[in-house]
Design a protein around this ligand. Sequence first.
Ligand SMILES: [Zn+2]
Length: 369
Amino acid sequence: MTRKKTLLMVMLLVFSLLMISCSGNAGEIVQESADASTASVKYANQYIDLHLHLDGAITLDIAKSLAKMQNIDLPAESDEELEKLLTVPADCKSLNDFLKCFDLPLSLMQTPEGMSEAVRLVSDNIKNQGVVYAELRFAPQSHTQKGMTQEDAILAALDGLKKTDLKANLILCCMRGEGNEEKNQETLELAKKYLVEDGGVVALDLAGAEALYPTENYRELFAKASEYGVPFTIHAGEAAGADSVALAVEYGAKRIGHGVRSYEKPEVIQLLKEKGVFLEMCPTSNRQTHAIHDMSSYPLIDYLNQGIKVTLNTDDMGIEGTTLADEYRYMEQEFHLTAEQEKILLNNAIDGAFTSDEVKRELRNLLGV
Ligand SMILES: [Zn+2]
């Protein structure tokens, strides 16, 4: 009897201790998950950049480093002068003015060494800023001024990708313009040749002066891309209106670069929703290129509320003097972007990334979304 009582008391004690221990653990788990969700949203410190131009991401330090390794004399006497050449002028009038800022960065990426090192330095730089996955884009035809072929430029970029710890892929840009049809064709063929699901070239893009060279001109190019099974995004609805976005969707674009002016036509908003097309929005860039006249009516939150798959990106962080962290803070401060909305933006970026399901799973685990 006594032994049974003792046994019973011991069992009760053990049970009580277990309960206390379990409830303690449960409490901790709840606390931990609350902390994790807070850390991964409203004050997010990990990001995904799906719209980042390599030549637009050359900061002052990267430019100096690239110039030094290639013995290139920079056309500036001081850091201040160099900064002026690399960043968008305060009186920038339009996208066309903005595009002129790319001349100096591009001049530093005309050799295999310069190209590879640029990819490595830009990747390392954004990794240090909290980016965990990025799709770096560049136009191979813009890197042939000193004798590299488009293919050389791509191979050099792939080499740079191997030298960084950042999880990243490449998007090849065709360029809007005149007389470069063959060059765009070549870019497409190379995209097809080097296309992978992860660790290299994952998609095609169309960049350049949208107002001067309309999306309509590129119907055949993207028909062929679709035929080849090369996924693509198209810059549209930035310097031109909603019709440009509608055309890009019609061509089969999975994502739209910017698409900020989609609101101009309700039927285009509807189209984006129906087709589940992702928008790669870049607020600072849109402010600087005057893609939208009144930034107070910037439509990102409105698009999110309407169920459009919006993502938040930098576009040209070097030229604009921004980071992806800055873009999140800007949206929080000026547009009251909420924690829940940040979570949706990150989720959209994972869903819209041109990469494998396995990488997407890894990113989801990493970001806790
Ligand atoms: Zn862009």
